[in-house]
Design a protein around this ligand. Structure first.
Ligand code: URA
Length: 197
């Protein structure tokens, strides 16, 4: 697909999402939080749902958890503008409760379409909720974080949600190791591609 075709489809998809009322969260949101970053990203992060700061700004991962995520990206030399960041839900659940299955079902096609347009090489689930939706319903984040799964055209993994790291700093070393593994896999896949070209 040509770049301008991708841009046009992205624009249309975001506009459709902006007027979405497929679930009741459409009535309580301030802004949709569609996603940000490069539409040509090789690496995509998927979180759970917007929090308060994200709902107010319309941008994913800008609150305290997002600032911690930024520090990990910096630590492994990945630029935030080179990746794409989105969530399973595009609207904030009240009081940041977990997404309901019906809300995920109503929203998931937006993420599917984003993935189809971006075609990243790697998808990283930020936390248990995203991993249970995108990798396996019985995914156990504390046992399986950082392990790689090949699914269709994508290499997938999950890491602890940055909000969980704020609550339990003992997991931060594991997070750094997982982020280093993500950077290594990204470099490996990009090097392979440039050899093929
Ligand atoms: N937590 C998430 O899962 N997503 C955000 O965008 C912010 C916090």
């Amino acid at each position: 697909m040509e770049n301008n075709e991708i841009e046009a489809r992205f624009f249309a998809l975001e506009a459709k999402c902006a007027s979405c009322h497929r679930c009741p969260l459409g009535d309580t949101r301030t802004n949709i939080v569609f996603g940000t970053g490069s539409r040509h990203a090789d690496l995509m992060f998927v979180g759970e749902a917007p929090g308060e700061q994200e709902d107010l700004s319309g941008t994913p991962f800008v609150g305290r958890a997002g600032q911690l995520l930024d520090r990990y990206l910096y630590a492994v030399d990945i630029k935030r503008e080179d990746v794409y960041i989105a969530n399973i839900l595009k609207c904030r659940p009240p009081k940041n409760r977990d997404p309901l299955p019906a809300e995920e079902d109503a929203c998931i096609d937006y993420l599917r379409d984003q993935v189809r347009l971006i075609r990243p090489k790697i998808i990283v689930c930020l936390g248990r909720i995203a991993a249970m939706r995108l990798i396996r319903p019985d995914y156990k984040i504390s046992q399986e974080h950082g392990k790689w799964v090949e699914k269709g055209d994508f290499s997938m993994t999950a890491v602890f949600h940055p909000a969980a790291l704020l609550r339990d700093p003992r997991r931060r070393e594991d997070m750094l190791a997982d982020m280093k593994s993500i950077k290594a896999r990204l470099d490996e896949l990009c090097a392979k591609e440039s050899k093929v070209k």
